[in-house]
Each structure stands twice: as C-alpha cells, then as structure tokens.
Design a protein around this ligand. Structure first.
Ligand code: ADP
Ligand code: MG
Length: 415
C-alpha cells in the first residue's frame, strides 16, 4: 500500500507542516491511514498525526472526517465529552501524492489492546463501568447534541486517555523528543537490528523448547497481569465512517461482529446501531470474547464459495447466534427489511439453519464465563434492553447513563 495513492512512508524524525511536527514513532494504522506520535514544536506537546492515503477517494473521506471532527471539537470547548479532538489539519506532499493529515490529541492504547494485555480473561466489572460511562457520554454527545452516528464503534476505536507523557515514559525517559533524524543513520542501523533480533529470537525459541519438554508439552502457564494504576477514562476515536443522522453514509455499515440486525436486514438505521455495537463491546470487555463471531457453517471453505453467497451464509449464522442468545426475533422485524427474504421465510423463521441452541445472556455469563450469579444477572439486565431487536425500543445513550448498573459504585459492589 506504500505506492501512488496509498500510504505515506514516514521515518522517525520526519517533519511536517513546515517543520512544526516531528514524527516520533508509529502508533497504529487503519485501512485508510497510518497514525504517528509526533512532537509539536509550537506547543511542546505530543500529538497523534493521522496521515491519510492520497488517492482522491481517501482525500475526500479525510475531508469529511475533518469536517465532523471540527464540529465535535468546536462544540466541546472544555474537552469533557469523551470524543477525540482535532488540533489542526494540513496537506502534505510526498512521493505517493498529496495526503490530508489530521492532528489529533494524543491518546493511549485502545481497549482492544487492554483486552489482549489482560490475556482475554475479561476485565473487572468495576473498571468496565468506568469505560462504559465514558463511551456512553461520548455517544450521548454525538447522538443527542450533534445528531451524528459513529457507525463503527468497537474496541479498536475506543482509546484510553493517556496519562503518560511520552517523554516521561520510564522506558523512554532517556530519549528526549526527536527533533531531527540523524542523516543517513537509519539504513545501516536497521540492518544490524534485524540480524540481532533474529539471533535473539532463535535463542529464545531454543530455551522455550527445552522448557516445554520439561512440562511434557503443556503450554506455558501465563502469570496474571495486574491492571492496577491504569486510568480507565477513554474516548471514542475514528470518525472516518461517521455521518449525520439524516445522511446515511452507506447501506452496509459497521464492522461485522458489531453490526446491528437492522443493518443486516436493511430495514433502515439510525442512532440505535451505535447502541448495539456498544453492548457488543461491553460484553467483549467483560468476557474477553466477541459477543457474536459469525462464521460459515462446517463443510464450507471460504474459497469454495462466491463472496456474495459466503456473505449470506455468514449473515444467516450471525442472525442465528443473535437469536440463540436473545430469543426469537419478532416476526414483524424479521420480515420487515429489504433483505429479509434472503434469511427468513414468511413465518419469520430462519431459512437453512441448524437447530438453534437457546440460552440467555445471564446463563452464558454464569455457565461459560463463570460469573457470580448476581454479577451476571445485573450485567445482563443492563445489556439486554440495548440488544432489543427492535431498534426503536433500545434505550438511548442518555437513558443508559441513568441505569442503576452504571451508578453502582465500588463500595456497593464490595458489600
Ligand atoms: P482508520 O480510520 O484508518 O481506522 P483510526 O482513526 O482508527 O484510523 O486510527 C488507527 C489507529 O491509530 C487506532 O486504532 C489507534 O491505534 C491509533 N490512533 C488513532 N488515533 C489516535 C490518537 N488520537 N492517539 C493515539 N493513537 C491513535
Ligand atoms: Mg479504525
């Protein structure tokens, strides 16, 4: 993707906007962009530089994102609404073309990182409440005050608020902000690093092999990781797919696993799609597993099937998973969408599907994820209404913020 129209290749020390921003290290990337930590020489602060691919459709998408981010920033002068803020934007010309760049406030790791860091064990409910409060505050702001739909809410797009100043990071404290790339020093250094890395890797593998033999091939037990000291405030990012409530951006929105039933059935959508994704995200934080991970049935291999057929089977499976956990979809909803006939018969029963294994959210939390009974019941009581098949009956972000589950404090939980 580092070709004409694609990503802009950045090296540590590269400067942007006539020398104002200096690239420090890569923070992440998405389909359309790479994101770099940069030092702002004007304000002496760190920022995140989102550098979009340069082909016209990406430039246009970035312009749209900048417009939405500007609205978000202008209407939240105190920066208290839990959505990322835009500091500035500019164009940058490189060998692959002209790139629109967004200067964003610098945030921390995504909560997907947090789930991985915690080894998919599920995060303490007290901490999840904090995360939920932030995400709902952000959604309430987007929905009620700005009439904006995010349409791609998921753990990757929720970032912890960084309390570490990168220059104060204990590991990196010896390195002051990079203000200049040492001329020509990179190529040679990089080559040496690669060889060294390979040698170290080989040594590590040999040690691991001996240890595994001693354990009789059993996997290495991993120590628990502490989440103490992590600040669970977070913010919603990636407004690349956001749109005004009255201007739907596309027919098929959202990342598959977080996609609401009305999007699959093409029954029209609005704010409740974000609420659905929110509930899926909260579940994933609590259990370490995706709430719905649809896959084609056994006996199908992905390359045997045409893409559109594969998609239909996946959607079918996705709807089946939803109904196993949430009960039967009311007939009116099931048959009411533009694509309903692909999945449901006229009685509102799923076509071509195995027998459904009915469960409930609280049973699943207790049986599979070993939640204490009250925790499971209370969490399920919070999530179930948000997972109503009827989007009009789903609570709004504002209503969720009033829910007793979120108002519980650590003290109440401990007693
Ligand atoms: P895309 O639209 O290409 O998916 P995102 O806005 O989601 O781009 O950014 C891609 C990744 O870059 C994120 O998942 C995150 O890891 C990182 N990132 C984005 N914005 C910030 C930020 N403000 N601070 C720190 N990291 C960020
Ligand atoms: Mg993203």
């Amino acid at each position: 993707s580092y070709r004409k129209g694609g990503y802009h290749a950045v090296r540590v020390g590269d400067s942007f906007a006539a020398g104002r921003f200096i690239a420090q290290r890569k923070l992440g990337w998405g389909q359309f962009s790479t994101v770099w930590l940069a030092y702002d020489t004007q304000t002496s602060k760190y920022v995140a530089l989102k550098i979009q691919k340069s082909a016209p459709e990406f430039v246009q998408a970035a312009a749209h994102e900048i417009e939405i981010l500007s609205t978000i920033t202008e209407n939240d002068p105190k920066n208290e609404k839990c959505v990322v803020q835009l500091v500035d934007h500019f164009k940058h010309r490189g060998p692959n073309g002209q790139h629109l760049c967004m200067v964003l406030e610098f945030l921390g790791d995504s909560i997907l990182h947090l789930i991985r860091y915690n080894r998919y064990k599920g995060i303490n409910l007290i901490k999840i409440r904090e995360i939920c409060r932030c995400v709902l505050t952000g959604l309430d702001y987007l929905h009620r005050e700005l009439h904006i739909l995010h349409t791609d809410l998921k753990p990757e797009n929720i970032l912890l608020v960084s309390t570490v100043n990168p220059s104060k990071d204990p590991i990196k404290s010896k390195t002051p902000p990079i203000l200049q790339r040492p001329e020509g020093s990179l190529a040679g250094g990089a080559a040496v690093n690669v060889i060294e890395k390979k040698l170290k890797q080989r040594a590590r593998r040999a040690v691991a092999k001996i240890a595994a033999e001693r354990r009789g091939g059993a996997p290495e037990p991993k120590p628990e990781r502490s989440l103490d000291g992590i600040d669970f405030r977070c913010k919603i990012v990636d407004l690349g797919n956001a749109c005004g409530a009255d201007k739907p951006i596309a027919e098929e929105i959202q990342t598959r696993q977080y996609r609401a039933p009305e999007v699959i059935l093409q029954s029209g959508y609005s704010f409740p799609v974000d609420m659905w994704s929110f509930a899926c995200t909260a579940f994933e934080l609590a259990t370490g597993e995706m709430m719905f991970a649809p896959k084609p049935g056994p006996g199908f291999s992905e390359d045997e099937l045409s893409m559109s057929y594969l998609l239909r089977i996946k959607h079918n499976d996705h709807l089946a998973l939803m109904m196993e956990l949430l009960g039967k979809m009311p007939r009116k909803i099931a048959v009411g969408g533009g694509r309903s006939k692909d999945y449901f018969d006229r009685h509102g029963d799923l076509k071509r599907i195995r027998r459904l294994k009915h469960s409930s959210l609280s049973r699943l939390l207790i049986d599979k994820f070993k939640f204490p009974e009250t925790d499971a019941q209370e969490f399920a009581e919070f999530l179930n209404p948000i997972l109503d098949f009827d989007p009009e009956r789903r609570p709004t972000a504002q209503q969720c913020l009033q829910h007793p589950w979120l108002r519980q404090t650590a003290a109440k939980t401990a007693s």
